[in-house]
Design a protein around this ligand. Structure first.
Ligand code: ZN
Length: 200
């Protein structure tokens, strides 16, 4: 322990065991001043305080570390699951877009079903549904409709948006398109979901 002479302020290193536990009168070897010195143990608070602080500090640090790990996991999930997450919370899409994290419809899980084409002269009426085959709600994709002749020449190409922007898990949303196509009865129609960037 360290003792400081109250008179000349000289600091002495003293073995606390040589000092009476309840304190005792000591003499400064420099200025001969006499004073009553108390070892830190009987001073109570002065010893307890520095002992407790590091314990509390390291516990606090551990809690902080766990929180950071949880936060990391949360951020990781928020980044990797953003397509699913924004299907439930579409309001988050512009935020992700601002952060450069593009949201695209997951076309692997989307399927065009019930495709029907009705011809009236040069008018081709196209209808069908876009089905969500995933176990989560998902963003609907825009659909690229291609009309070609039997020899493969593309005569019309158009994007169509299905009725709903979000498709429930296992559900579907209808689409409809009307086109003017010469000799439409002979046309070959394909409808393909496109994973274009979703911005709203
Ligand atoms: Zn002194």
């Amino acid at each position: 322990m360290l003792l400081t002479c109250p008179s000349c302020e000289t600091i002495f290193r003293v073995d606390s065991q040589n000092l009476n536990a309840d304190g005792q009168t000591v003499r400064c070897s420099v200025c001969s001043h006499l004073w009553f010195a108390v070892p830190p143990r009987s001073a109570g608070i002065s010893l307890k305080k520095p002992k407790r602080v590091p314990t509390r500090g390291s516990k606090g640090l551990r809690v902080l570390l766990v929180l950071l790990l949880l936060l990391g996991a949360l951020v990781g999930g928020v980044v990797h699951q953003r397509v699913v997450l924004t299907a439930y919370l579409p309001g988050l899409v512009p935020g992700y877009d601002l952060l450069g994290m593009t949201i695209r419809a997951n076309i692997d899980k989307l399927e065009v079903i019930n495709l029907k084409a009705a011809h009236t002269g040069d008018t081709l009426r196209l209808s069908g549904s876009l089905q969500n085959n995933s176990e989560f709600d998902t963003h609907a994709a825009d659909l690229l409709v291609t009309v070609a002749t039997t020899d493969g020449t593309i005569i019309n190409e158009q994007m169509v948006m299905p009725d709903d922007r979000i498709i429930k898990a296992g559900g579907s949303t209808p689409f409809f398109l009307q086109l003017n196509v010469e000799k439409s009865a002979e046309a070959v129609v394909t409808v393909v979901p496109i994973a274009k960037r979703i911005t709203r």
